[in-house]
Design a protein. Structure first.
Length: 63
């Protein structure tokens, strides 16, 4: 499950939530002020690395 980042529209607190893909977060409660008014923050993630640092399954590098 992916981790999504939210910001409370009431108190500006940022928090992370582990949730299923497709869940919209409408029932989320801010851990600081307990209001249910979150805004999803766009987060950038890394999907891979260089060939030397990659540890993906099924590597086809032969020597």
């Amino acid at each position: 499950m992916p981790i999504y980042e939210y910001r409370c529209r009431n108190c500006d607190h940022k928090f992370e939530v582990l949730q299923k893909i497709g869940e919209d977060g409408t029932n989320l409660e801010c851990p600081m002020c307990q209001t249910k008014n979150p805004e999803k923050i766009f987060s950038v993630f890394s999907g891979g690395g260089s060939e030397k640092s990659s540890q993906a399954c099924g590597s086809t590098k032969f020597t």
